[in-house]
Ligand binder design. Sequence first.
Ligand code: SF4
Length: 110
Amino acid sequence: MKKVGIIRCQQTEDLCPGSTDFKVAKEGSLAFQDTGAVEIIGFVSCGGCPGKRAVSRAKVLVERGAEAVVFASCISKGNPIGFACPHFEKMKEAIIKKIGPEIQIIEYTH
Ligand code: SF4
C-alpha cells in the first residue's frame, strides 16, 4: 500500500476536518483510483498564506515515509466553498524543487 502525506489549506480548517480525504484514501477512490487504497502517514496544513511553510512540511512528510505528496481538494479545487488557493501552482513548484521529481505529486483528493 502506497504511503502518502496530505497537505491541506489552513484557511479551510474551520470548515472541514478532511473527512472525505480520509474516506477516499481508504477506499482508493477518486484521486486514488490509480494508486488504490493508500496509507496516510501525515496530514498537515500548508501553514497559512502564502503557503511557504508547506515546502518544509512536504519535506518532513517525505522523510517520514511519504511516497506521494497529495494536495487536498481545498487547495487545488477550493472545496468546500469554491475558493481555490491562489498560491497553489507556486506552492507545488517549490515543493517539487525541494523534494525532487521522484516523489509523486497528486493534485487533489476528491
Ligand atoms: S496558502 Fe493557499 S492553501 Fe494555504 S491557507 Fe492560504 S489559501 Fe489556503
